[in-house]
Design a protein around this ligand. Structure first.
Ligand code: HEC
Ligand code: HEC
Length: 375
C-alpha cells in the first residue's frame, strides 16, 4: 500500500473511533470552551492559531509531545516526546491534572485542573480542533473505571443524567473545514496495489484458454495477436536475451521482475482508454495468457489464481537488486555530500545515456543511439 493510501486508511480507521471515543469519554465541548479560557492566555486554537506563551493546540491529538515546528519547548518536553509521549486523551488527562508531576521541568506554568469533568470537557473541546480522535487505540480499556467506587460514581451519573450525546471527535474536514474523510468504499476502490509476494491480490482465477479470447478482444488491436505490438504500441512478449544489446526489448518475459506488476498494471490501466472495465477473473486469465505468450507457461489449460500466483517467477527477477543505498555508510551517517574538488584525478566518462525511442518524432536511428547522443 502506498504512503498516500496509508494516510487515507488511517483517516478511515480513526473515523471509526468517535463512537468508541464517545462511549469512553463523556466530555462536552461547549463546557470545555469555558474551561479553555484558563488555557487561552497561553494557548490558541482555531483558524490562524499562533504560538503564544505555549504552542498552538490545533491537531494536538496524535501529535508527539514537544514536536511542533517553530515553538521552543523546554528540554523536558522535547525529551518526553523523544521517549514516545504522544497526546491522546489518557496522556493529556495526566498532564493537565498536574503538569509538573508528569513532566518534571515543563515550562507550562499551570497548576493543573482538579475536576474530572473539566478535564474531560476541555479535551472534548480540543478534539474539535483535531482531525484525529483523542482516544488512543487502547484508550477504551484505559478509560474503564478501575475501582468499584468509580464504577458506582459512573453508574450514579448515568442514572441521573440523560445519556451523554456522543462526542464526535472528528470535525468534518479537519481544522480548516476542507474536504472530508474518504469512505471505506472509496478507499477500497483505490487500494488495489499488489505486492510481489501476492499480498493484495483479489480472490479469483482464469485460464490461458480464457485469456486468449479476452486478449484478442481487448488487447490485440494495440499489442498484436502475439504481444508483438502493432505499430508503435508496446511489445508485450519476446525480447528474451536482448537485455545486454544496445537496444533491448524490454517485455514482461524479458525484463519485468514480478508477475504482480503485470496483474496490477493491467487491472489498473488496461485496456488503454477503457481501464477498469475487466473483472478480476478476466485479469487472471489475461495475465495467464501473457505468461503463455512469453513462454513462461506452456499449457493452455494452465489456470492462474490468487493461490498459485506467488509461485510464478519471471526470468529476470534475480537481476533486480534491493535498493540498499540508505544503508551505505555515506547515506547512513547523513554526512554532508561533497560539492567541490571531490575527485583528485581528472573526470572520465564511464557511461553514456542512450536515446530511448519513446517519443514519436525523436531521433530514431541506431547510429545515434550508439553515439550516446542525448536530445
Ligand atoms: C501560563 C501559560 C499556560 C497555561 C495557562 C496553559 N499552558 Fe499549556 N503549555 C504552556 C507552555 C509554556 C507549554 C510548553 C511546555 C514545555 O515545553 O515544557 C505548554 C504545553 C502544553 C501542551 C503540550 C503541547 C505540545 O505540543 O507538546 C498541552 C497539550 C497543553 N499545554 C495544554 C494546555 C491546556 C489544555 C491548558 C488549559 C487547561 C494549558 N495548557 C494551560 C503554557 C501554558
Ligand atoms: C488502445 C490501445 C491499447 C489497448 C487496447 C491496450 N493497451 Fe496496453 N498499452 C497501451 C499503451 C499506449 C501502453 C503504454 C502506456 C504508457 O506507457 O503510459 C500500454 C502498456 C501496456 C503494458 C505495459 C507495457 C510495458 O512494457 O510497459 C501492458 C502489460 C499492457 N499494456 C497490457 C494490455 C492488456 C493486457 C490489454 C488488454 C486488456 C491492453 N494492454 C490493451 C495501449 C493499449
Amino acid at each position: 500500500m502506498s504512503k498516500f493510501l496509508k494516510v487515507l486508511s488511517l483517516g478511515v480507521s480513526l473515523a471509526a473511533l468517535p463512537v468508541l471515543a464517545g462511549a469512553a469519554q463523556a466530555g462536552d465541548p461547549d463546557k470545555g470552551a469555558k474551561v479553555f479560557k484558563k488555557c487561552a492566555a497561553c494557548h490558541a486554537v482555531g483558524e490562524n492559531a499562533k504560538n503564544k506563551v505555549g504552542p498552538q493546540l490545533n491537531e494536538v491529538f496524535g501529535r508527539t509531545a514537544g514536536a511542533l515546528d517553530g515553538y521552543k519547548y523546554s528540554k523536558a518536553m522535547i525529551k518526553a516526546g523523544e521517549e514516545g509521549l504522544v497526546w491522546d486523551d489518557a496522556t493529556m488527562t495526566t498532564y493537565l491534572e498536574k503538569p509538573k508531576a508528569m513532566i518534571k521541568g515543563t515550562k507550562m506554568a499551570f497548576a493543573g485542573l482538579r475536576k474530572q469533568e473539566d478535564l474531560e470537557n476541555v479535551i472534548a473541546y480540543l478534539a474539535t480542533f483535531s482531525s484525529a480522535a483523542p482516544a488512543a487505540e487502547d484508550a477504551q480499556s484505559a478509560a474503564e473505571p478501575e475501582t468499584a467506587e468509580a464504577e458506582v460514581e459512573t453508574a450514579a451519573a448515568n442514572a441521573t443524567a440523560p445519556a451523554p450525546a456522543p462526542v464526535s471527535a472528528m470535525r468534518e474536514g479537519g481544522v480548516l473545514g476542507l474536504g472530508r474523510v474518504a469512505t471505506e468504499d472509496e478507499v477500497a476502490a483505490w487500494d488495489i496495489d499488489i505486492r510481489p509476494d501476492g499480498e493484495g491480490l483479489p480472490a479469483g482465477s482464469g485460464t490461458v484458454a480464457d485469456g486468449e479470447g479476452l486478449y484478442s478482444e481487448n488487447c490485440a488491436v494495440c499489442h498484436g495477436d502475439f504481444g508483438e505490438g502493432v505499430g508503435r504500441w508496446p511489445v508485450l512478449a519476446g525480447g528474451q536475451d536482448t537485455l545486454t544489446e544496445e537496444r533491448p526489448e524490454k517485455t514482461i518475459g524479458s525484463y519485468w521482475p514480478y508477475l504482480s506488476t503485470v496483474y496490477d498494471y493491467v487491472r489498473r490501466a488496461m485496456p488503454y482508454g477503457n481501464a477498469r472495465s475487466l473483472s478480476d477473473d478476466d485479469i487472471y486469465a489475461i495475465t495467464a495468457y501473457l505468461l503463455y505468450l512469453n513462454d513462461i507457461v506452456e499449457d493452455e489449460d494452465f489456470e492462474l489464481s490468487n493461490e498459485n500466483f506467488a509461485e510464478i517467477h519471471l526470468p529476470n527477477e534475480d537481476n533486480f537488486i534491493a535498493d540498499d543505498r540508505a544503508e551505505e555508510p555515506h547515506y547512513a551517517d547523513k554526512s554532508e555530500p561533497c560539492m567541490s574538488d571531490c575527485k583528485d584525478s581528472p573526470v572520465e566518462i564511464t557511461m553514456r545515456s542512450r536515446i530511448l525511442d519513446v517519443t514519436p518524432g525523436s531521433v530514431d536511428d541506431d547510429d545515434a543511439a550508439g553515439m550516446g547522443g542525448v536530445d
